[in-house]
Design a protein around this ligand. Sequence first.
Ligand code: SAM
Length: 225
Amino acid sequence: MSSGQVTPLTSSDATEARAQMVEHQLRRRGSFDERVLEAMARVPRDRFLPEELRHLAYEDGALPIGSGQTISQPFIVATICQLLELSGDERVLDVGTGSGYQAAVLAELAAEVVTIERVPELAERARSALVQAGYADVEVLVGDGSLGVPARAPFDRIAVAAAAPVVPPALYDQLVEGGRVVVPRGGRWGQQLVLVERTKKGPLERASLPCRFVPLVGAEGFAGS
Ligand code: SAM
């Protein structure tokens, strides 16, 4: 093949590549519930990528999706879902839609997903990818997700896919009691994935992995760049 050419993924190639991804990147590396692994095996990550990158969809890493943003690494998407402990009947807010991939995985695991993205072009592309991949029920909004979505609150779970200096207070306030939010918290260049549960006595926090996300840009995130 001449350089620069790529072989498009057929649907059965993609299914096989996904099964390999689940086995090698998730099952052998982490401790995930079967429900999370099954969801990761079902969602076609290739469909959430620009055409020219689809052949890389099941590689072990983040990939560019335009506007300086990325689709998250499958291991991180699965880890966020695992930390949220979804049983199937939750209302979930996904902050930082990006490609729409994490929202689709959440839709496999919960009853209702609202996702919010600050870059309108990405939101538009994600909306169309979600519809084409069979996740038309996911509601895609445009706005500053660091403030949550008060009009749709409260949420049982909130997943944040962009780095924040603190767990945004508005997100904690929009959780039901017993609800959970996962946030990559730290500086612009490195963070820790933290899980915060809303309890009667206040926030209960647990740290998970070190990670590196693009910044959450907004009123309760970082200043714009
Ligand atoms: N989970 C996404 C996926 O699976 O494709 C990847 C998300 S990407 C790492 C982070 C996204 O958060 C970017 O698309 C970025 O534009 C968005 N973002 C940053 N700040 C935001 C904010 N305040 N509100 C909503 N989205 C924001």
